[in-house]
Design a protein around this ligand. Structure first.
Ligand SMILES: CC(C)(COP(=O)(O)OP(=O)(O)OC[C@H]1O[C@@H](n2cnc3c(N)ncnc32)[C@H](O)[C@@H]1OP(=O)(O)O)[C@@H](O)C(=O)NCCC(=O)NCCS
Length: 169
């Protein structure tokens, strides 16, 4: 893969809804990102091939979106919760740790919020650890507002889980 400036990397990324043809590329993304830089702050499911195959192949109402660069999946975002019976979807995102801080996460967040609008969602929620300052800052720039906060322990250290809401109306 060629070396690119942050701007051109993010501009070249393509976004798509994850479906049954993406099982293998998603499995690769999850396995290659089963590393502390990602799993410390993102832990809703195991970063495994089994998770990828479930997401790609099982029927579901939750939505998953991929980001690809030069044919490789480098990001996954999601609107989850509908399958568990919640009415407001929870946003989640990972960007391949080798592509952090290049603008991919910002674009993927914008794409996913747009998908939520298209789906008719009136709001999107998320939870984020307060120590995850790049993510917290990113969410604030897109209009997410804190609505709750609780003390938690993360990797044996005190942290806070912050719940944020974005109103889409
Ligand atoms: C959070 C995450 C998705 C951001 O993706 P990204 O592609 O790195 O984000 P961007 O490059 O678009 O940067 C977004 C902002 O964070 C800042 N940022 C990104 N990585 C950073 C880092 N390591 N240190 C400091 N700032 C950072 C960027 O400068 C940018 O801020 P700006 O708009 O003020 O310039 C990515 O770090 C990630 O996958 N983290 C692990 C999983 C995770 O925590 N997911 C969120 C769970 S709620």
């Amino acid at each position: 893969m060629s070396t690119k400036s942050p701007l051109s990397t993010a501009d070249d990324v393509q976004f798509f809804e994850v479906g049954s043809s993406h099982g293998e590329s998603l499995a690769e993304l999850l396995k290659e990102n089963n590393v502390p830089a990602v799993t410390r702050t993102f832990n809703p499911f195991p970063m495994s091939a089994e998770t990828a195959l479930k997401i790609a192949h099982l029927p579901r109402r939750d939505r998953y979106y991929g980001a690809s660069l030069e044919g490789k999946m480098i990001g996954l975002s999601m609107l989850r919760g509908w399958d568990e019976g919640y009415s407001v979807p929870s946003f989640g995102i990972i960007v391949d740790h080798r592509f952090h801080n290049l603008g991919v996460g910002s674009r993927m967040l914008d794409f996913t919020i747009e998908q939520a609008r298209v789906l008719g969602c009136s709001r999107v929620r998320l939870t984020v650890y307060s120590s995850n300052s790049p993510a917290v800052r990113l969410y604030k720039t897109r209009g997410f507002v804190e609505c709750a906060r609780e003390n938690v322990v993360l990797m044996s250290k005190p942290d806070e889980r912050v719940e944020m809401i974005l109103e889409l109306n």
